[in-house]
Structures are given as structure tokens and as C-alpha cells.
Design a protein around this ligand. Sequence first.
Ligand SMILES: [Ca+2]
Ligand SMILES: [Ca+2]
Length: 207
Amino acid sequence: MEEEQLHEDLKVFKGKLQPQGLKSFITVYLLLAFSFLLIFTLFAVSLSRVSALSSKLQELPSEQNHSVSGRDFLLFPCGPGSREWEYFGGKCYYFSLTRMSWHKAKAQCEEMRSQLAVIDSYAKQNFAMFRTRNERFWIGLTDQHSEGDWEWVDGTDYKTTFTFWKEGEPNNSGSNEDCAHLWVSGKWNDVYCTYECYYICEKPVPK
Ligand SMILES: [Ca+2]
Ligand SMILES: [Ca+2]
């Protein structure tokens, strides 16, 4: 009898214990699931932050490059790859180191995607004069097509534009002087076109 009673009590005890055990198991399971979810969420957030930081880091060199090119533009507005070109008044100028005839100089400038300089203002004359002191330099001015009718190579109207001829020039000496250059004083002189002297090329600032 006592044994039967013991079995009965055990059944009652198990019956009471089982739902509580199940509850605990579900609670633990839910806690675990919640923890996994939390860890996963934290991991995902961290990953997205790392990814954002990495893309920002990738942007940094390009910003740096931009500032370098900006600095280069300030130092070399005519392009860091062509430092022999000098900037003045929104244009770039090349002062040659070799001497040649006017036509060869004209072709040489064109080969460098430029033209013989058109001195159309006193400011530009001053700039050119300062750079060419004591040497002769061709400019883009000729009367080869019609004696006395001076023409700028870019079609700038000669008659209404600035001039800076040396006293007594142009004199077409020997009836053979059809090309203009800056004389040693910086003032203009007409001379025969096959004369060999330095030359000034001019081009817009590269974009
Ligand atoms: Ca002439
Ligand atoms: Ca002359």
C-alpha cells in the first residue's frame, strides 16, 4: 500500500513538475533565441558601420588628389606637364629658346596647338617686353599679303587695336620687311620674314 501511495505521489509530483520544466525550457530557448537575435543585430550594425567607414576611407585619396590638382592649378595654370608655358591675363605664353624664321615659328606654335602671340594691349606688351628684354622675338603680325596692310594671325583687327612700333617703324626697309618682331627695346620692328629670331606662342589656358 505504501508503495502504491508512493507511486501516486510521484505521479502527482511529476505532473506538477513537467509543465514548470517545459516553461523553463521554453524560457531558456527564448532567451537564447533573443540573445542570438541581439548578437546578429549588433553584428549587422557593426558591419554596416565598418562598410560606411571603409567607403569614406576610399573617398579620401580622391579628395586629396583633388586638392593636389587644385594646388597644381594655382602653381601651374598652364598645366603641370608644360611648365615652360607662362600664365598671364588668362592665357599661356611660350618664349622660345631657339631662333628661326617667322613662318617656321608660326608653324612651330601651331604644332604646339597655339599661335604666334597677338599683342593687343599695353598690359600684354609690358609682360612680353619684361620677358624678352635685349632679345628679338617674333609676334603674330605680318603685311606679307598686301604691303602696309598689317594683319594679326588670329584675325584681330590691326587698325583698331593697340600698336607699339619703334620710332620710324614699320619702314619696309629694302621693300622686303613683312614680318614683325619685338626689337631689343621691346618695341616693334618690321624685318624680312626669313630673319631668324626667337618667338612667342600664345594659347588659352588648358581646361
Ligand atoms: Ca612690309
Ligand atoms: Ca623695319
